[in-house]
Every structure is written in structure tokens, then in C-alpha cells.
Design a protein around this ligand. Structure first.
Ligand SMILES: NC(=O)c1ccc[n+]([C@@H]2O[C@H](COP(=O)([O-])OP(=O)(O)OC[C@H]3O[C@@H](n4cnc5c(N)ncnc54)[C@H](O)[C@@H]3O)[C@@H](O)[C@H]2O)c1
Length: 416
């Protein structure tokens, strides 16, 4: 039976651990966060994507702890560490390198180590491999190394780990082969690329593609707003073209752990090669401006109602970074709330997935209480559980940043 080690039991690592356990493997999970380890030991999941029932069904198969020594018994070790940016927007490999050093100390001959974290091309070969080799074993000879990016979209049910093809690049052919055999336990299709760097770059291309296209439609939303053209109608119409067009929707900016962060890993790396990545920078600039544009739409809508932002009772609907999830990392809602508070607005919010926003000392308020007591409702993230047409009917003024009220002809709705 295969024993799989997973280092970093977060949004990527925990679903991976569950998938391998469901495939019949023994899973050794390691995380430096003792709270997560305790929760897992008690059979409780801290992620919406992995239910307690799902964990319960594989209870005897996942062994979580904080000690790396437990990994000595694993056939493969999958590294799912965070790869954030520093305050200066440069790659911060500290968690990844700390964990790699810890894995190196317990590394065994014949183990396979796979990096799943999103990072710039060259990270695995130039940082991970040398650290793993520090205790005398040689990569490609004594143990195997591969890179395989995580591609699953949290909250999504049509494409899961099972039916999302898994891209794999190895240090050697044998490394790639070993990783392919492993991932075939949990994925229907494994796509081999020839190098570690191609695999690292594949993930960045996917995320940069999204970031640039979102920026493009956001820029067009600003232009069409000035021209008095409804961008949502334009996007709907363009999307009827059966080829050569892919639908992207405008919005208040990009959030989550990936899109606002990953492209800058490549920009940073490209500078070492005397290349500046203009598309990435421009997309970042446009997407970062969107919360400001959206706040000016709120101010204009309040102005129409003869109200200043200062003192206005503002209801923010949806604060997570995308519909159906409770993840608020880099959510544009946080920026919008901060800007409105700075202008003296009285902000409250409703989000069925986010009970509290500790950074603002706010708690989610029920819609029936919030709407009658607000001057404006701002739809920032359109959760499927919220009836936005009803919101439009019950609110004095609505600013819809997601096109959630597209069908409404109500005169109190202002759309992005
Ligand atoms: N969240 C996503 O949807 C997603 C999708 C694709 C790729 N990714 C990439 O996958 C990687 C992991 O992302 P995530 O969202 O799972 O992050 P996360 O923060 O949810 O999880 C990372 C885990 O690693 C643990 N950790 C940190 N330092 C550690 C250390 N030194 N030793 C042991 N454990 C440590 C943390 O406690 C945390 O539980 C990132 O590179 C991210 O860009 C994320």
C-alpha cells in the first residue's frame, strides 16, 4: 500500500490528503499550525471543500501531526506550502524553504518529493533540490523530485481533482514517471511535460491568462460606463460567438491567494533575465484600480440620493473573494470596506460564508435586518444563496458590481 506524506494541510494540502486516503493510501499530514492538527485529530475539517463526513469516512487513514519525522515512512511527500509575496511584492519562499529543510532532515532513499506550490520557474531545481540534497542523498539517483501544480478551483463541483488533468514535470524521466504513477491514483488524466520548469510555468500561464483577461474586461467596463453602454449586455452578446471568444466578467477586482499574487512571481523572475512583463504589470494595475472605481460608483449613487458618503449607512453584500466560498484572502471587498470607512461611511455587511471580519471588528448581519436600515446596498460578491432581485426590491439604492441584477429594470440599481 502506498503511503503519502502531505506537508501543508491548507486549501491545497487537505483535499489532496483526503483524495489519497479515499484512494486507499495511508496519509501522513504535517502542518506547523497546531490548531489545524488538533482539528483534524478530532475529525473536524476547517475547510468548506472537505466536509466532516468526508474526513470521517477516511478517519483511520489520515494521520496529522506537526513532526516531520513521521514522513520517514512515506513513499512520496507532497509539498503544499504557501508562496506569498513580501510587502515589497517579491516572492517570499520562507515557508517553502523552511519546510523543505525539515523534509531534507528526514528524507529517505527512494522517496519521491513533489512540489505543488505555485512558484516561478526554477524554484524546484535551484532551491528545493539543493536543500533536499544537503544530507547526502542525490536527487534523481537516490530519490525522485517532481513539480505538479495544483489546479483545482475551490468551491467548484463540476471539475474536481479526479477529472482535472494533472500536469507533472520531473527532474528526470524516472522522476516524472514515478509522479505520474502516483497521481494516477487520484486523477483520471496526467499530462507529462519535459521539465520541472515547464510544469512550474504552466500554472503561471493559466493564472496570468485569467488575470490579463479579467483586467481587459474591467478596463472595458470603465470605458462603457463613461459611454453609457451596459457592459453586462455586451459580454452576454459577445459570449454567443461559438468560437474565438472566451467569457470573462468585470468586477470589483481580483482576490484569492492565487491571481493577485502568482503573476508577480513571474515578473520578479523575468527581471533577472532583463525582461519586463508588461501584460502582467498592466493587468495588475487595472485590477488594483477597480476597488477605487467601484467606491466612486458608490459615492455617485449616494450623491444621486442627495447623501454624502460620510455618515451613509452602507451594506456590503458578499465579502469573500468569490461566490460560494468563505475565503477572504485578498478579497476586493476588504479594500472597498476600508476605503468607505476612511471616507466616514457606516459600513455593515452580509455574507453567508463569512461570519466575522475581525480586521474591521464587523460581524455578518442578517439581510432582513441590514437592508431596511441601509442607505445603499453594494453587491461585491454575488453568493448563490442571496436573492439579488429581492435585494434590489428591498433596498433604497443598489450598486451592483457583479451584474447579479442584470434582469432587473428597477430604477434604484446602478451597475458596474
Ligand atoms: N488555494 C488555492 O485555491 C490554490 C490553488 C492552486 C494553487 N495554490 C498554491 O498552493 C500553495 C498552497 O496554497 P494553500 O492555499 O493551500 O495555502 P494555505 O495557507 O491554505 O496552506 C498552507 C499550509 O501550510 C502550512 N505551513 C506553513 N509553513 C509551514 C511549515 N514551515 N511547515 C509545515 N507547514 C507549514 C500552513 O499552516 C498551512 O496550513 C500555494 O503556493 C498556492 O499558491 C493554491
Amino acid at each position: 500500500m502506498t503511503t503519502v506524506g502531505v506537508v501543508g494541510l491548507g486549501y491545497v494540502g487537505l483535499p489532496l490528503a483526503a483524495a489519497f486516503a479515499e484512494a486507499g493510501c495511508q496519509v501522513i499530514g504535517v502542518d506547523s499550525d497546531v490548531h489545524k492538527v488538533h482539528e483534524l485529530a478530532a475529525g473536524r475539517s476547517y475547510l468548506a471543500d472537505v466536509s466532516d463526513e468526508r474526513l470521517g469516512a477516511v478517519a483511520g487513514k489520515i494521520h496529522a501531526g506537526s513532526k516531520f519525522e513521521a514522513l520517514a515512512g512515506a513513499d512520496a511527500v507532497l509539498m503544499c506550502l504557501p508562496t506569498p509575496l513580501t510587502p515589497n511584492r517579491e516572492p517570499d519562499l520562507t515557508p517553502l524553504l523552511d519546510a523543505t529543510r525539515a523534509v531534507a532532515r528526514v528524507l529517505q532513499a527512494d522517496q519521491l518529493v513533489v512540489l505543488e506550490s505555485t512558484t516561478y520557474p526554477g524554484t524546484t531545481r535551484e532551491w528545493v533540490v539543493p536543500l533536499l540534497e544537503e544530507w547526502g542523498l542525490a536527487a534523481g539517483r537516490d530519490f525522485h523530485v517532481a513539480f505538479s501544480p495544483e489546479r483545482v478551483d475551490p468551491g467548484r463541483e463540476d471539475f474536481t481533482m479526479r477529472n482535472t488533468p494533472k500536469v507533472v514535470g520531473g527532474l528526470t524521466e524516472a522522476c516524472a514517471e514515478r509522479a505520474q504513477v502516483l497521481y494516477e491514483l487520484v486523477c483520471d488524466s496526467v499530462v507529462r511535460v519535459s521539465t520541472l520548469e515547464s510544469a512550474e510555468m504552466t500554472k503561471l500561464l493559466e493564472n496570468i491568462f485569467r488575470s490579463v483577461n479579467i483586467a481587459l474586461v474591467n478596463e472595458l467596463a470603465i470605458v462603457t460606463d463613461r459611454m453609457g453602454i451596459d457592459i453586462w449586455e455586451v459580454v452576454d452578446a459577445a459570449a454567443t460567438k461559438p468560437y474565438g471568444f472566451m467569457r470573462f466578467e468585470p468586477g470589483p477586482g481580483m482576490g484569492g491567494h492565487c491571481l493577485p499574487v502568482d503573476p508577480f512571481y513571474l515578473s520578479w523572475r523575468a527581471r533577472e533575465f532583463d525582461v519586463s512583463t508588461e501584460f502582467i504589470e498592466l493587468a495588475g494595475k487595472i485590477n488594483q484600480q477597480m476597488p477605487y472605481h467601484c467606491v466612486s460608483k458608490v459615492a455617485l449613487a449616494l450623491n444621486e440620493a442627495a447623501l454624502p458618503v460620510k455618515g451613509a449607512r452602507i451594506a456590503i453584500l458578499g465579502v469573500s473573494y468569490k461566490p460560494g466560498v468563505g475565503d477572504t484572502r485578498e478579497s476586493p471587498a476588504l479594500k472597498i470596506i476600508g476605503l468607505l470607512l476612511d471616507m466616514g461611511g457606516q459600513v455593515r455587511y452580509h455574507d453567508p460564508h463569512v461570519p466575522a471580519l475581525a480586521e474591521f471588528g464587523l460581524q455578518s448581519t442578517a439581510l432582513q435586518e441590514l437592508l431596511p436600515d441601509s442607505d445603499v446596498a453594494v453587491i461585491v460578491t454575488a453568493h448563490p444563496e442571496v436573492d439579488h432581485e429581492l435585494v434590489a426590491r428591498r433596498s433604497r439604492v443598489v450598486v451592483d458590481l457583479r451584474g447579479a441584477t442584470r434582469a432587473s429594470r428597477a430604477g434604484n440599481v446602478v451597475r458596474l
